[in-house]
Design a protein around this ligand. Sequence first.
Ligand code: ZN
Ligand code: MN
Length: 260
Amino acid sequence: MAETVFLAEVSWPEFARRIAQGAPVFIPVGATEQHGRHLPLSVDAIIPTWISAEVAKHCGGLVVPPIAYGNRSQPRSGGGPAFPGTINITATTLSWLLRDIITELHRHGARHLVVVNGHYENIWPSVEGIELALDHIGRERTQGLKILRIDHWELVRPETLARVFPEGYPGIELEHASVIETSIMLALKPELVDLAQAAHDGPARFKPYDRFPGPVAEVPASGVLSETKGSSAEKGRWLLADAVERIKQAVAEEFGKEVG
Ligand code: ZN
Ligand code: MN
């Protein structure tokens, strides 16, 4: 039997053995959020979970069950709350959930943690969750705890972005359900992608400010904020390779770990 990297699939003695060996522990943070008519609601959880597992395989790591709900989807970065199926949680809930998971992992002896985020609106709530954990553990009592926080799209190299977007990169906020996520899903779970359903009603033309309460009329009806045109599984593999490679490097550099 191949050795699993998923914490949910190991026994407690096996968990203890891996932690005693210094296993880095990955915490994927996602969302349950609309991703257009052509992608499933769990894109933001599937991607960081896969990336985490891929790196964990190469460094003796473990991946905890992902946080499958994200901080409130916003019109200008995720289409907003109006789409059926988007299940939002508050920033407070997300931060405290992450704070509790980190605190528990620390209590069990884990010292090298990697939070891998897949949802734009989770950026600051995940920072806050880490800070709350450090407040709770005590900054003088961390016993070598080191936490990395990564937004997977930040790891894509400029050369890769230039290959993926020969006509120019629209920026990550508008990339919702667009070329990056569609390409990665075509590479990882083609059976969950239905390109025939991809509407071409973007890109969105947002005003440079938010308006509350919604709905915001500029959100394309499909929920795709930019365009899906030009997506491919090959591009998805380039994007994933950058993320995996650079997290491996980070694990080696920051934790002084052998990474295969
Ligand atoms: Zn997404
Ligand atoms: Mn999202």
